[in-house]
Design a protein around this ligand. Structure first.
Ligand code: NOJ
Ligand code: CA
Length: 686
């Protein structure tokens, strides 16, 4: 029997009940298709006359992704693209729920239809190569990945690139940051027509003219290279994998699966954030016990370095001295913060650490930093130090010290370590056992393996990891919950330096792009609103407070200098009160890059918190409080922009703090100043 017929037969044997293939013959012009649980989203897979496979996505009959190519280039074999046929397909249904140990929501529903399509290469010299394309259709979008089964004529895939396309069905507006540029993913978002998108990072967000919003990203990036998107022509985007130093962008022995390519489809911007596709396409947790980690707020020896008041290196300005860190511990204890981050505590900062981390020692403090004393002092005050492992991009040097570094952290009571990879894109240093040195990309296959090495090693020492200059977040926190947060976007530090500072629209961009990937260690709460050289940052105080609700992370910093909080005891009360762990999250309104309002319910008490941020324009938002429990009265503790507040003037500090009783039947009017925001605690009354 010819091989493709065998394959066809095999598919029906494996998935008999729901097999759904339009039986054509060996010419391979069959179509496989499936619909989301609510029937609105449809995916179809076809081949053209040359045997090129395509997928297409519609929603309520409207094309979202026009027929788009699937396939691979290899560095040592002909591409998989033409002469393919659909050998079989099957669908299955699943509707389950699972709990996050901490997060924006406690319980996540995973309701999807899976469509599995086997593509087999027709070849005169039998047998051809084969791949499965597996789609998961949710009511709010689609994920798909390639699965390479074991097979006789492909043992190791050396992938030159993916041929996956996303041919957006219409023009519209797109929000993006450039891919492959030196500053990794620390760029300001740009807004252009889809037809002007260049090579970009994901998450990539777009809006069609009828208001339909879509976001393209990936889930479960494991042992594979991250995906950029390159516009080919018109509105057609194509996957471009980040390079690898060995020539192939990805090298994998079969069998293996690629990451999921994800397409969220929503009626509006808030709908993008509500999607759980990212988490649902990751594997369940592989970590048996993470009860040792508790979401919390922290302070740290950090902002002062970015203001150039302290230095990481030793010398007269060294921030991480015993006396200074003791002061931070006292400040944390007096204000209810549970963690104190200390950067510059270890040996290695005195040389040219930017892009050369080979002097770093992750178990050796500087002589003026008494780790034993400070960790004991912190413990006495109910505080834990947060470790810091800046690698300068020297990944091999770091890997050689993982056990030593995490054992040292654990011995000193640390449960969180912040890591850093400060070096330009494509400049991570990898040194092979034979001493040969290579340069790798921050989202490449090598980096994806490096980060999982770090996270799994850290788990053995009950350490949670917060990565900066990291690989993109692809929802791996579900599988490795101790990977608690990451940066991979422009955070507060840019407001310290000012080249340029983050504009008022920055966070309203973040929410609907970067934050679709997962938590961000943004480090808000600079109530002085001052960067280096007393240059103002482009925000009001109320907006700084709102960011604790708007930008989710299980670890949230109060980033300003301890002495800077003294004049702001009123607003600081909100930072003390706001939790970093939620049972429920509602996105009440929002437009990409303009504004957004969140309401989140605390995990451990019945209180709700609201955060709204805008852009450079003043704005009035009307917010019905229907999320509150019916029949209950709450005290709304409101932190709003003063009537004269404006990020461009001395009145950026103008804030009104007031209280009023509210119920679920009330509607609040939020007035956001230019560059402003609003934060509210809804305290449930007995
Ligand atoms: C960049 C990080 O984002 C920042 O938080 C840190 O202070 C510096 N690197 C030094 O590690
Ligand atoms: Ca950074």
């Amino acid at each position: 029997m010819p091989r493709f017929l065998l394959a066809l037969l095999a598919m029906f044997v494996t998935f008999p009940a729901l097999a759904q293939v339009e039986q054509q013959t060996s010419v391979g012009i069959a179509e496989a298709f499936a619909s989301s649980p609510d029937g609105q989203i449809k995916v179809s897979v076809t081949t053209d006359g040359d045997g090129r496979p395509y997928y297409a996505v519609t929603r309520a009959g409207k094309p979202i992704i026009r027929p788009s190519r699937l396939g691979f280039m290899f560095t040592d074999a002909p591409k998989i693209e033409r002469n393919m046929m659909i050998a079989g397909s099957s669908t299955s249904r699943s509707d389950t729920s699972w709990d996050q140990p901490w997060g924006e929501w406690k319980t996540i529903r995973d309701n999807h239809v899976e469509l599995r399509v086997r593509l087999v290469e027709k070849t005169p010299v039998a047998p051809g190569r084969e791949i499965d394309v597996v789609f998961r259709l949710f009511d709010d979008g689609v994920g798909f990945r390639y699965e390479f089964p074991e097979q006789p004529h492909l043992k190791t895939a050396r992938i030159g690139d993916e041929l996956t396309e996303f041919d957006l069905a219409e023009n519209g507006t797109a929000w993006w940051i450039p891919g492959s540029e030196w500053n990794r993913d620390e760029y300001l978002w740009q807004k252009t027509p889809i037809t002007e998108v260049p090579l970009v990072h994901t998450p990539f967000t777009a809006k069609f003219d009828d208001g339909t919003h879509i976001a393209i990203h990936e889930a479960a990036l494991v042992d594979y290279s991250g995906m950029w998107l390159q516009r080919v022509d018109g509105t057609k985007l194509k996957a471009v994998l980040e390079p690898g130093a060995d020539g192939a962008k990805v090298t994998r022995a079969l069998p293996f699966n690629t990451p999921w390519r994800t397409i969220i489809i929503a009626d509006d911007a808030p709908g993008l954030y509500r999607s759980h596709i990212e988490l649902n396409l990751n594997e369940p947790s592989k970590e048996a016990d993470v009860s040792w980690f508790q979401p919390a707020k922290y302070v740290g020896v950090w902002w002062a370095m970015h203001l150039d008041k302290y230095s990481w290196n030793t010398g007269p300005k060294h921030g991480a001295t015993t006396a200074n860190v003791k002061r931070y511990i006292d400040f944390a204890a007096a204000n209810g913060f549970k963690g104190v981050l200390v950067e510059g505590w270890n040996v290695g900062w005195d040389g040219n650490w930017f892009a050369n981390g080979n002097d770093f020692d992750f178990a050796r403090p500087t002589p003026d930093f008494d780790m034993a004393y400070l960790s004991a002092y912190a413990k006495k005050k109910g505080i834990r130090l947060i470790g810091h492992h800046e690698t300068g991009g020297s990944t091999t040097h770091y890997e050689q010290q993982l056990d030593k570094g995490f054992a040292f952290a654990q011995a000193n009571g640390e449960h969180v370590v912040k890591t850093g990879y400060v070096t330009d894109a494509g400049q991570l240093e990898r040194v092979d056992p034979d001493g040969k040195t290579f340069r790798e990309w921050h989202d490449g296959q090598y980096a994806s393996n490096h980060h999982l090495k770090v996270v799994t090693a850290a788990y053995r020492y009950q350490i949670a990891i917060d990565t900066h200059e990291s690989i993109k977040d692809t929802g791996l926190r579900r599988t490795y919950p101790n990977w608690i947060s990451s940066e991979h976007a422009r955070g507060m530090e840019y407001n310290g330096w000012g080249n340029p500072k983050n504009p008022p629209e920055h966070e309203a961009n973040l929410v609907f792009t970067r934050m679709l990937a997962g938590p961000m260690d943004f480090t808000p709460g600079v109530l002085s609103l001052m960067g280096k050289g007393d240059k103002p940052i482009q925000s009001t105080i109320a907006k700084q407070l709102a960011l604790y609700v708007v930008v989710y992370s299980p670890v949230q910093m109060a980033a300003d200098l301890p002495e800077n909080y003294a004049p702001y005891a009123g607003p600081m009360q909100f930072i003390k009160d706001v939790p970093t762990d939620w049972v429920d999250t509602r996105v009440l309104n929002g437009e990409v890059g303009d504004y957004v309002t969140f309401a989140r319910q605390a995990r451990n008490d019945p209180d709700w918190y609201l955060g709204a941020v805008g852009d450079e324009q003043a704005r009035v938002l009307s917010v019905p409080l229907t999320f509150l429990a019916p029949g209950k009265t709450y005290e709304a503790q409101i932190y709003r922009d003063g009537d004269d507040a404006d990020y461009r003037t001395e009145k950026r500090h103008s804030i009104v703090i007031e209280k009023r009783k509210v119920t679920a039947g009330d509607t609040l009017t939020l007035r956001l100043a230019p560059g402003g925001g609003q934060a509210i605690r809804f305290k449930a009354l007995k």
